[in-house]
Design a protein around this ligand. Structure first.
Ligand code: NAG
Ligand code: NAG
Ligand code: NAG
Length: 366
């Protein structure tokens, strides 16, 4: 399967994909949260975040709000483009008789890896944007499967040629806990549960017939405007002098990623026929933070493009899209879009890094 991927990417880099060669994958199925939601949260009512349904969200590429939490395309959109496949339709938009053989997106903004009950048990259920956790999204896939293929052999053949993205997911499990005052120690204690939820879902997909799977890790949350604002510190030592990010939260994101990588290694041993790829979003995002100018981010990576003031242009009383906020003129020079989510420009860079890393397979299983 590695050779398979190699050739896919070879053609891609040679610029001959889509027009002259058939797509290497028949379909992409995506599970996750706002990092990859292409419309499910908006379609479900978006009660916790209605501004997602209007400009400036979507201003850059689509020129209208699509439900994507960014100014434009997301990592999953760039991946679809790279494989010559259409942008993934959100599951909740599917209509009877609609063709969705090229994939479906089950991601929902605000979704968690752990089920909603976990948060209700912790007495923080009321902060959830959605109950559509990873398990719910998995149920949606299982329900849809019978309309994608019928016989076991047909399903095996079809799913074998499909690419599955399990995440990024888990970031919100930590966000919710941190935003209601959870300490980093408490966050760390929840990592094994979050990682287990991700590997269980991955296992479940393999049992359903998935063979090609990508499992992304968490972003450097210590560099995100919302964390930098909410956890602002008078102590200079709390900041990484190389980039101005909060050290403790980045160390936490790395901790989660390392635990996830370990768990995936175990999964590879249990399912040697599956190609389980860990997608490192953390490192390319850090490269941007270390050398923003070099990568074209002339407005820096810490301040968000769209917001209502403050040192990082993130103001909880005037978040992007709300009265008192405004979007920058040049979002392609920013990495952070609305304080929480990244810009299309940053997502493009991370997607390219993912495609490149997959191409040079040695770093794949790091
Ligand atoms: C999640 O489920 C709980 C319990 O059924 C319900 O009270 C709550 O409104 C739901 N939350 C969302 C955001 O849908
Ligand atoms: C945050 O937004 C509120 C409401 O618009 C405003 O009154 C306040 O001055 C803003 N804070 C900063 C730091 O800009
Ligand atoms: C990906 O590889 C291409 C071709 O070698 C290179 O030009 C580009 O800078 C790389 N992008 C990233 C984000 O690593």
């Amino acid at each position: 399967m590695k050779t398979f991927l190699f050739f896919a990417l070879y053609f891609l880099l040679a610029g001959t994909v889509s027009t002259t060669s058939p797509p290497r994958y028949e379909a992409i199925f995506n599970f996750g949260d706002s990092l990859s939601d292409t419309g499910n949260f908006l379609l479900s009512g978006a009660l916790a975040f209605p501004v997602i349904g209007k400009l400036p969200y979507g201003e850059t590429f689509f020129q209208h709000a699509t439900g994507r939490c960014s100014d434009g395309r997301l990592i999953i959109d760039f991946v679809a483009e790279a494989f010559g496949l259409p942008y993934l339709p959100p599951y909740l938009a599917l209509k009877e008789g609609q063709a969705f053989k090229h994939g479906v997106n089950f991601a929902v903004a605000g979704a968690t890896a752990l089920d909603a009950e976990y948060f209700y048990d912790q007495k923080i259920g009321s902060v959830l944007w959605t109950n559509a956790s990873l398990n719910i999204q998995l149920d949606w896939f299982k329900k849809l499967k019978s309309s994608l293929c019928t016989s076991e052999q047909e399903c095996d053949n079809y799913l074998k040629k499909s690419l599955f993205f399990v995440g990024e997911i888990g970031g919100n499990d930590y966000n919710y806990a941190a935003f209601v005052g959870g300490s980093i120690k408490q966050l760390r204690a929840s990592v094994p549960f979050v990682v287990e939820a991700i590997t269980k879902a991955t296992t479940s997909l393999i049992e359903e017939g998935a063979v090609e799977l990508v499992v992304p890790g968490n972003l450097p949350i210590g560099c995100s405007a919302v964390y930098l604002t909410l956890f602002q510190s008078p102590n200079k030592a709390d900041y990484d002098p190389r980039n101005g990010c909060l050290k403790a939260f980045n160390a936490f994101a790395k901790y989660h990623n390392n635990q996830l990588k370990k768990a995936l290694q175990k999964l590879r041993e249990n399912y040697p026929h599956a190609n389980i790829i860990y997608a490192d979003y953390y490192s390319p995002a850090m490269r941007l933070s270390h050398a923003p100018l070099h990568h074209g981010f002339s407005s820096g990576t810490l301040r968000s493009c769209c917001g209502g003031g403050g040192p990082y242009n993130f103001n909880n009383s005037a978040r992007c899209g709300h009265i008192g906020s405004k979007a920058c003129e040049d979002p392609h020079t920013y990495a952070n879009w609305d304080g929480v989510h990244l810009t299309e420009a940053a997502y493009r860079y991370i997607a390219q890094a993912l495609i490149n890393a997959t191409f040079t397979t040695s770093s794949l299983y790091a």
